[in-house]
Design a protein around this ligand. Sequence first.
Ligand code: COA
Length: 194
Amino acid sequence: MYIYGASGHGKVIAEIAEESGAVITGFIDLDINKNEVLNYEVIHTIPTQKIEVIIAIGNNAVRKKLVNENDNFEYDKLIHPRANVSKRTTIGEGSVVMAGVSINADVVIGNHCIINTNASVDHDCKINNFVHISPNVALAGNVEIGEGAHIGIGTCVIQGIKIGKWCTIGAGTVVIKDVPDGVTLVGNPGRIIK
Ligand SMILES: CC(C)(COP(=O)(O)OP(=O)(O)OC[C@H]1O[C@@H](n2cnc3c(N)ncnc32)[C@H](O)[C@@H]1OP(=O)(O)O)[C@@H](O)C(=O)NCCC(=O)NCCS
């Protein structure tokens, strides 16, 4: 597989691929100054034939744009062997689950999501496409996260909360009420700042 994005996030994803036994062909990155990552070659043009890709870009909108623009890309998912994922969880294509993550029963995770290091996703949560759950986030049961939302590092969300599409939740936020689409929320308790 190719890893799209020769960044720090790409390195983490490359190591998950290695630990999962996937074969990495190389990285794709349009930045011509990036030529090698973790001893893998970086190519600067996007192949036109069908290729298997994981998009290793943390920005949710950019990840969505790349998916829409490249219909020759095919996607699997990557789950770190030391993540604890319920057998009753559904995880969509292009999504990545990092080391130390716990995902409990009947969780549904969409396509091209990032469930970052040590995040905890409790029973019956629904995480829509292109969401990024940062490291050490804790989602209680029955939480729903709308498409493209970024949940900042260390955020806590109490049970049953709905977070809208394309929201940004700041680092360390405590979310105790539903959050409308497109806002930025920070603090304890979470308050809307944008
Ligand atoms: C929420 C966030 C996106 C806001 O960034 P921004 O739009 O540049 O906002 P600013 O830094 O201008 O801050 C605006 C105000 O919100 C406050 N604020 C920003 N982030 C905050 C946070 N996480 N908790 C509490 N207050 C916060 C600032 O202190 C500032 O307050 P003021 O107006 O009283 O001075 C950013 O601070 C953040 O928390 N990002 C999360 C990063 C992350 O989790 N990365 C992990 C990647 S894996």
